[in-house]
Ligand binder design. Sequence first.
Ligand code: FE2
Length: 403
Amino acid sequence: MIKKIAVQQLIPGMFVHDMDCGWMEHPFLTGSFKVRSENDVGKMIGYGIQEIYIDTERGLDLIGAPTQGEVESTITRQIAAIVQAPVSIEPATLHEEMARARLVLAEANKVIGDLMHSVRIGRQIEQEQVDHVVGKMSESILRNKDALLSLCRIKEKDNYTFLHSVSVGALLMCFTRAFNLRAGDMEQVGIGGMLHDIGKTMVPDRILNKPGDLTQDEFITMQMHVVYGQNILSDTPGISQTSFDVVAQHHERYDGSGYPLKLKGSEMSIFGQMASIVDVYDAITSNRCYRKAMDPTVALRKMFEWSKFHFDPQLIQAFVRTIGIYPVGTLVMLESSRIAVVIDQQGRDLTRPLVRAIFDAKKGCHITPKDIDLSLPLGQGGGDRIIRHEAAAKWNIDPHQFI
Ligand SMILES: [Fe+2]
């Protein structure tokens, strides 16, 4: 057996298989020989040789020394860790990130749309494509999360299922970032989020897109999407437990009132709990065929209320910290009677974001857009404050035009 040892561990009677120093100049003509004396060892140390491979079938053994195979697999793992280690990512302003986030989101929507179509016709998930696009989403989020998040809020009704899937993936990645979780969890949670409703590909369209209330039977069929999703993931090689938990538990509720297993509190994984929060938030802030979207500020307030039963209150607080009280793209009324759009909240007091005033509510007319940093006093570009959130529909303003 070939084993690796330090040269200081070498003793007469051992057989040197390879001196692991092919690039060094040394006086030994051949790399393999039997050690005759301490003098041989001294010479090797003198020539700066550090580690060598010995052949235990041709000489003495050193119990506990790693085999060549073990050494090689350790090195492979170390290389993989370096390659996969997150590169430090430079933060970007919302304006800088917007164009990149738009491209990433378009790619993610296409990947998930195509994937859902493939699964519907009986093909397996091609996980590489999901991994690749989740990696890009994670980079965008690390540069400036608000770009991707604000774009995710725009959804056409027709493609709701896959737009919602991508949105849940992005939100979950942002949420995960708020915790000191293991490296790689952000991506695994994101993959779970992107695939959380994959089981809906097995639910008939007439139930999926039914505008009215579902009958009891239809509701049971709809709920089956979680079990279908688990089955699809079980048939997909390389899916992590983290991604699986997101899919399996996104409809469970903290008080045990969810489905399919009626899990309670800590019976759910942290990722399942996060997924249940994010899924509800994205669903109620999106326009559906049967109801209008809630503004994020209202939705967060509602979820705070519900957190007594459905969600862990501490996790909800963490989620609000992630999203902000006035998320980017929210319309707000300022004390000066100007209506503004929140355009940046990174690293700020959540009640004093950077806003862009766009409308004079008293005169009822648009004004030349002006950026106001609500954390600063008057004279330094600030001097105003948010009185309340305003419904975009009430003023017929599309806030995203002004970001
Ligand atoms: Fe679902």
